[in-house]
Design a binder for this molecule. Structure first.
Ligand code: UDX
Length: 434
């Protein structure tokens, strides 16, 4: 199959590279000349384990290329994927569809024969029909269909999620388009990964419902964690105990400082908006959004408590500021709420993050960046473990305790056990929900 991928952001690039690895001929398009130059030079502009090697392999095999020229990529393509950004619009909180719609019109004008125009970007329910109208405006007599093909890629595990998905969702309404999509995903269906076909609206809805459900699951356990702290229960044991019920499932029950990232915050807000518009308020999702904010503030209160009620001039060493490990992404990271609150209250904050500095420097003013936890801990009053990078999972706790002025730890990801931390010489330890 010949595929054009419009947009080389996170989703577009991962999808384009993986489709080429299936053996399809993929041309990735972007409007940003600097980005195309970098990609042509073999450089991956995002941090995603495994992506650079897979990209190099498929470029070398002649199946993957990059261009600024949308028309050239679209000409002769069997499928054109729209994977451009849909940021939250300032003011009204709607998903901003400007890029999607202008891509649709450009694609229509560039079609040379039948193609399926597939939306991969996460878009409000009903958008695919609007995409069809926009393509039709410029397509003239050239036949085409639209399809909705939402992605479920986790940052840091995106290639594996693409290659070994729980399911692929395809919203499609003609047999011809279904056949094209089936051919594209044949390498997966041959290996028994299920491809679910629905109408356009259901596919759009699946994406929002899945992300809102997962955000709810996390927020639920975070709220249970707060109660655990009061009643003497341990949320880790509670998560394990409920997760073994097959109806609940063990995943996404890790209590922490609140969810962040490019998807959950944006998609929950978008779902709430869609509900309001249709006079069916998404009350559970609205509550999740609010509680997730409160959780971050509960973490700040925990830190203040551990510091004896006063943050002024306390030296706080924050381990991890990206929204989760294995990414350099800072979008909606809990650190963006927690760290400025510490700085604002007069604490001297030192930050260590294996990938976060590049983006984090501009976003977290007033902090000092350190190379490793041991240097950062020198003379510190508190360690806050905020993102569970692997290198923070096996810290030499005794060494840390010796370096700190007041060895105390706020372990906001429950990486350690209270006993081991105290035995290593720490004077105080607080996890989440324990
Ligand atoms: C998510 C979805 O998993 C993916 O399917 C979707 O397409 C995009 O959004 P991502 O944002 O990359 O992926 O990260 P994910 O691993 O899902 O984590 C999201 C947030 O939830 C992170 O801030 C993480 O720390 C938090 N989280 C996750 C928890 O606090 N506890 C958990 O048990 C799981």
């Amino acid at each position: 199959m010949k595929i054009a991928m419009i947009g080389t952001g996170y989703v577009g690039l991962v999808s384009g590279v993986c489709f080429s690895d299936f053996g399809h001929e993929v041309v990735c398009v972007d409007k940003d000349p600097a980005k195309i130059d970098r990609l042509r030079a073999g450089e991956v502009p995002i941090f995603e384990p495994g992506l650079e090697d897979l990209m190099a392999k498929n470029v070398k095999a002649g199946r993957l290329s990059f261009t600024l020229d949308l028309a050239e990529a679209v000409a002769g393509a069997d499928a054109v994927f729209i994977a451009v950004g849909t940021p939250t619009r300032r003011g009204d909180g709607h998903a901003d569809l400007t890029y999607v719609m202008s891509a649709a019109r450009e694609i229509g004008a560039a079609l040379t024969g039948y193609a399926v125009v597939v939306t991969k970007s996460t878009v409000p329910v009903g958008t695919n029909r609007k995409v069809a109208e926009a393509v039709a405006e410029t397509a003239g007599d050239t036949p085409f269909d639209v399809a909705s093909n939402p992605e479920f890629l986790r940052e840091g595990a995106a290639i594996d999620d693409f290659m070994r998905p729980d399911r692929v969702v395809v919203g499609v309404e003609s047999e011809r388009a279904k056949k094209v999509m089936a051919d594209i995903y044949r390498p997966l269906s041959l290996r028994e990964f299920p491809v679910v076909y629905t109408n356009l609206e259901s596919a759009e809805m699946i994406k929002y419902a899945a992300n809102a459900f997962l955000a709810t699951k996390i927020t639920f356990i975070n709220e249970i964690a707060a109660l655990c702290e009061r009643v003497g229960a341990d949320v880790k044991a509670v998560s394990k105990g409920i997760g073994m019920d097959g109806r609940i499932g063990a995943k996404f029950l890790h209590a922490g400082p609140g969810y962040g990232g490019s998807c959950f915050p944006k998609d929950t807000k978008a779902l709430a908006r869609i509900g309001q518009e249709h006079a069916v308020p998404m009350q559970i999702t609205e509550t999740v959004i609010r509680v997730n904010e409160e959780i971050k503030h509960r973490m700040i209160a925990k830190i203040v408590d551990l510091c004896g009620g006063v943050l002024r001039d306390k030296v706080i060493c924050v381990l991890g500021v990206t929204f989760k490990p294995n990414t350099d992404d800072m979008r909606e990271a809990p650190s963006l709420t927690i760290v400025p609150a510490l700085v604002g209250a007069g604490a001297k904050v030192r930050v260590v993050d294996p990938q976060g500095r590049h983006e984090g420097e501009a976003l977290l003013p007033g902090v000092k960046w350190a190379e490793n936890p041991y240097g950062a801990a020198q003379g510190a009053d508190l360690i806050v473990l905020l993102t569970e990078w692997n290198e923070f999972r096996a810290l030499d706790l005794q060494k840390l305790a010796r370096k700190m002025a007041h060895p105390r730890m706020a372990d906001l990801r429950n990486v350690y056990d209270r006993d081991e931390v105290l035995e290593a010489g720490f004077e105080a330890y607080e996890g989440v929900g324990r």
